[in-house]
Structures are given as C-alpha cells and as structure tokens.
Write a protein that binds this ligand. Structure first.
Ligand SMILES: [Zn+2]
Length: 332
C-alpha cells in the first residue's frame, strides 16, 4: 500500500481546466496495473494545471471585455474521480513537503512507485542456504528484493526504545517500515507497538528472548520462534509471515521451526544504519535497488543520538541517492 492520503481537497479547479491535459509526465513501467495507470493519468491531470489551486493554469480565461467561452459539457464520473484523485495526490505531496521541513530533512522523501502487480520471486541469497533449503520448502533468506524499482526497504529491530516522536515522524512523512520485535523488550509497553500497527506498520517476529539460535536445540528454537508467533497473535491479532533471526544467525533447525509455525520469509539486510554512521554488506559500500536496510529501536542510552536523528540520516542519504522507501510487504 502506498502512502495514506488524508486530504480530500479538490477545490479551485474548473471542470474545463481539468480536461484534456495530456502532458506525459511519467512513464508507465507496464507493470503497475490499474492503480499505476490512474497515477499516470492523475499526474497528467496535475500537469495540465487542473490541480493548480484555482488559477486554472492554461485554462480559458476571458480577456477583459470579452464574453466567456461556452462552458464545456459536465465531466463524466470517471473524469471526476480522476480529478479528485489528482487533488488528493497534490494534498499528500504538500503535506510531505511540510513534514520534511518540520523534521529537518535536507530533501522531501521520494514517493515510491505503486506496489508491483506481479510480485518478484524471492529466493535465498547465494551462500545463505541451509541443507535441503529448497527441497524442504524452507523460508527464503535474502538481503535484497529483486526489483528494478529505485526503492529500499527500512526494517527496525528489537523494540527497546519506544519514542513517540519516531511514530509521529514516520507517520507525518508517510515513510513505510517493517518492525521485527523481540518479546522481552516490548512486553513492558505493547501499547506503543499497537499504535504502530494502527498506523499501518506490519509487526514481525524476532523471537521471545533474542538468543543466538544456532546454539539451541530444535525444540528450544521452536519455543523462541513459535512462542513469539503466539505472543504476536494474542497482542496484535496476527501471526507474522516474516521472521528475522537475532544477529542474522540461523541454521536448518531455525528455518524448519519457523516454517512449522507459519513463517514464509526470513529477510536479513544489506545495510545497517546507526545514529552516527552506516555499515554496508557489499564491497561497493553503496545502496542498490531493493536493498533491505536494518536499524534498531534505540535511544541515547544505546547510541549517540535519537530515533528521529537516525531517520534523518537514513532519509537524507536515500533521497540524495534518488531512492524512495517502499513497503517490504508490498513486494512479497
Ligand atoms: Zn535484534
């Protein structure tokens, strides 16, 4: 799902001025489906000036002393819906610009493309397989989602810091992220994460106690992973489809246990962002389309900064490099 659009503002646009503007401002990638096509049309409508806030950019305005031209016939319902959509897009973008300024970002975060109509095939990264990984149908372990979209995915782990400013910032900026939670860190305040869920964030499994899993028997691993599935269901209403092993360490037992209680994917990460620096997995020390970025719920007690400060560092780099932040679940 794309950013939540809150404003239905559609004022100041004459019917006439909204018709016929066909400036192609965006190429359809041919894979974004109806919503993508709508977006293209809506952006065309925007470019035509119909959403220009009452000025009727490029519209037929009579010169002084001249008779106004005859009104165009009323808009068809489809055109009106399209026009309303363009208005909502414009309002959403204005809100994003204002939020970026308020939170001290260097640039406005880029809007991700519509979720892919055909989901990419997720396979385990080479070298990350366990014995009989595919034969047993175990959840794929991956660090990047195969896509040509210029997007990265933000994942936030553990759950120690519960900063209300982080929830406000991400919601106002409409930047999606995915949380991986460990019960021993969140159980003193499930309410914080309920709020997060209610804001549209998917909450996922990061075990009960954050152990180094390969040191544990199959039965104990299963307790850690499947026990957390139950906590998530009880507290947040759903058993997650995503599980991330603590420290990124796992063995075949881990993935077998995870599969046994409904886990379908085991995403790791390609970069990690801290309050004061980045760390990369690849030799080129750079971002790539589809990269999963890891960070943590941490505050001043754990690192030299705050959650909003970390997000600022993350977004400033991602935006400067021409990437948008997309929702991981939309690609799975
Ligand atoms: Zn962790």
């Amino acid at each position: 799902m794309g950013p939540v659009v809150q404003n239905d503002d559609n004022r100041g646009c004459s019917q006439r001025s909204c018709r016929g503007g066909r400036t192609g401002v965006r190429r359809d990638r041919g894979r974004t489906g109806i919503r993508g096509a709508l977006l293209v049309l809506a952006l065309s409508a925007l470019a035509s000036g119909c959403a220009g806030g009452g000025g009727g950019g490029g519209a037929v305005r009579p010169a002084p002393g001249q008779q106004p031209r005859k009104a165009a016939p009323p808009q068809a319902p489809a055109a009106r819906a399209l026009h309303a959509y363009a208005g909502r897009l414009r309002a959403a973008q204005q809100a994003r610009v204002a939020a970026a300024r308020r939170w001290g970002l260097r640039g406005v975060p880029l809007t991700p493309p519509a979720p892919p109509a055909h989901k990419p095939e997720i396979t385990t990264r080479k070298g990350f397989e366990v014995d009989d990984h595919e034969e047993l149908g175990l959840p794929p372990v991956f660090t990047t989602v195969p896509t040509d979209d210029r997007v990265v995915f933000l994942t936030v782990d553990d759950g120690a810091e519960k900063d209300p400013a982080f929830l406000r910032m991400m919601n106002e900026l409409k930047v999606p992220y995915t949380a991986f939670l460990s019960n021993y860190l969140i159980k003193d305040d499930y309410g914080y994460f309920k709020k997060m869920r209610d804001l549209g964030v998917t909450l996922n499994n990061h075990t009960l106690h954050h152990p180094y899993l390969p040191a544990l028997s199959y039965a104990r691993q299963k307790r850690e992973i499947c026990g957390m599935q139950e906590v998530m269901r009880e507290r947040f209403g759903e058993r997650p489809a995503l599980f991330r092993p603590p420290y990124g360490n796992y063995d075949q037992d881990t993935l077998r246990a995870a599969k046994s209680c409904g886990v379908r994917y085991a995403p790791l990460w390609d970069e990690e962002v801290f309050a004061d620096h980045w760390e990369y997995r690849e030799a080129d020390q750079d971002l790539h389309p589809g990269d999963i970025v890891l960070t943590h719920f941490r505050g001043r007690g754990d690192w030299k900064g705050t959650m909003p400060g970390m997000v600022r560092r993350f977004l400033d780099k991602v935006t400067a490099k021409g990437y948008a932040v997309a929702r991981l679940e939309d690609y799975l």
